[in-house]
Design a protein around this ligand. Structure first.
Ligand SMILES: NC(=O)c1ccc[n+]([C@@H]2O[C@H](COP(=O)([O-])OP(=O)(O)OC[C@H]3O[C@@H](n4cnc5c(N)ncnc54)[C@H](O)[C@@H]3O)[C@@H](O)[C@H]2O)c1
Length: 306
C-alpha cells in the first residue's frame, strides 16, 4: 500500500475491523473512529495495541478535524448499516450516513488527505431493471438506508468534481463472515441453535443475493485504495437464492432440519441483487472464498465466540 497511515470510520464494525486488521498487517499506522453503536471493541482485539482507537461520532465535526491531521487515506465505513433500523429510525440513519459522510468528506478536503474510499451499498440500486447490475444501472433506492448511502456517495463524487478530492466508492453487495452482527446467515445460525429441528425463513426463499466473504471484500477495499478512482460494484460473483443458502446452512449445522418459508419479509428488503463485477475485476479483483467454505468459517467463529 502506497500510504503510510489510514483513518477507518466504523472500524470497530464487521467489515471495518477486518479492514483494520489487514491495514495493520500491511504496516500502516491506523486510527479508528467508531461510536460503538453497532461495532464492538472485541472486534479489534487483534489490532488493539497497534492502532489508535477514538470512541467518537462522525457527527462531531471538531473531532473529525483533529483526527484527520496527518492522515493519508480515509476509509468511510461508519454508518447505520441496518436497513430495518433505517426504516424505524430514518432521521438517525440520514444524519449518520448522509450528514456523517458529508462531515468526513468536508474534513478531508480541508486537510492533507490524499484519498477517500467510501463504503457504498447495492441498496442504492433498488429492485433491478436488469441483471446482473453494472454500475450504470439506474438508482432508485427503496429504503431510507439506500437513500442515505446514495447521498454519501453522490456527495463524494461531487467533491471530486468541485474540489478535486481523490474519491472512490465501493457498492458493497451482501457481505458475510466472522463478526457479522446481523442479517440472514446470522439469523439462520441463531435460529438453528434454538431449534435444531426447524428453520423458519423470512420470505419465499426465492430472493437472490450475491454473497461475498469478508476477506474478499477487504481485498476489494485494498485494490480500490491502491488503484481505484471511480465507483465499483463488489460481490462474490455467484448469485445464490435464500433457499439454496438455507439448505447449505442446514446441511452444515443441523442436517435434516425442516425448512419453512414465511412468505413475508421486512420493508425495504430488495428481492434480487446480482452484481456485474467486471469493472472491479479489471482492477485485479478475484474472490477467493466460496460460499460453502465461507459459511463454514462463519459457523466456526460463531461456535467459538458465542
Ligand atoms: N455488510 C454488508 O453486507 C454491507 C452491504 C452494503 C454496504 N455496507 C456498508 O459497509 C459499511 C460497514 O458495514 P458493516 O456490515 O460492517 O456494519 P457494522 O454495523 O458492523 O459497521 C458500521 C460501524 O459504524 C459504526 N457507527 C455507526 N454510527 C456511527 C457514528 N455516528 N459515528 C461513528 N461510527 C458509527 C458502528 O458502531 C459500526 O462499528 C457500512 O457503511 C455499510 O453501510 C455493508
Amino acid at each position: 500500500m502506497k500510504y503510510n497511515n489510514a483513518l477507518v470510520t466504523g472500524g470497530a464494525g464487521f467489515i471495518g475491523s477486518h479492514l483494520v486488521d489487514r491495514l495493520v498487517e500491511d504496516g500502516l499506522a491506523v486510527t479508528v473512529i467508531d461510536n460503538l453503536q453497532a461495532g464492538k471493541l472485541e472486534n479489534l482485539e487483534d489490532a488493539r495495541d497497534k492502532i489508535t482507537f477514538v470512541k467518537g461520532d462522525v457527527k462531531d465535526v471538531e473531532l473529525l478535524k483533529r483526527i484527520l491531521q496527518g492522515i493519508d487515506i480515509v476509509f468511510i465505513l461508519g454508518a447505520n448499516a441496518s436497513v430495518p433500523y433505517s426504516v424505524e429510525n430514518p432521521r438517525y440513519d440520514f444524519e449518520t450516513n448522509a450528514l456523517g459522510t458529508f462531515n468526513v468528506l468536508e474534513a478531508s478536503i480541508n486537510s492533507d488527505v490524499k484519498k477517500v474510499v467510501y463504503a457504498s451499498s447495492a441498496a442504492v440500486y433498488g429492485e433491478p431493471e436488469y441483471t446482473p447490475m453494472d454500475e450504470k444501472h439506474p438508482m432508485h433506492p427503496i429504503s431510507p438506508y439506500g437513500a442515505s448511502k446514495l447521498a454519501g456517495e453522490t456527495t463524494g463524487m461531487a467533491f471530486k468534481e468541485t474540489y478535486g478530492l481523490n474519491f472512490a466508492s465501493i457498492r458493497i453487495f451482501n457481505t458475510y463472515g466472522p463478526r457479522q452482527p446481523r442479517y440472514v446467515m446470522y439469523d439462520f445460525i441463531m435460529k438453528l441453535r434454538k431449534n435444531q429441528k426447524k428453520l423458519n425463513v423470512l420470505g419465499t426463499g426465492e430472493q437472490v443475493r450475491d454473497y461475498c466473504y469478508v476477506s474478499d471484500m477487504v481485498d476489494a477495499f485494498m485494490l480500490v485504495a491502491e488503484k481505484g478512482d471511480d465507483i465499483y460494484n463488489a460481490a462474490g460473483g455467484v448469485p445464490t437464492s435464500i433457499r439454496e443458502l438455507a439448505e447449505l446452512m442446514v446441511s452444515e449445522i443441523s442436517p435434516g432440519a425442516e425448512i419453512q418459508y414465511g412468505g413475508k419479509t421486512w420493508k425495504g428488503d430488495i428481492n434480487t441483487l446480482i452484481a456485474d463485477i467486471t469493472k472491479l475485476k479489471n482492477l485485479g479483483f478475484a474472490p477467493k472464498v466460496d460460499l460453502r467454505n465461507g459459511v463454514k468459517r462463519m459457523i466456526e467463529w460463531f461456535e467459538e465466540k458465542n
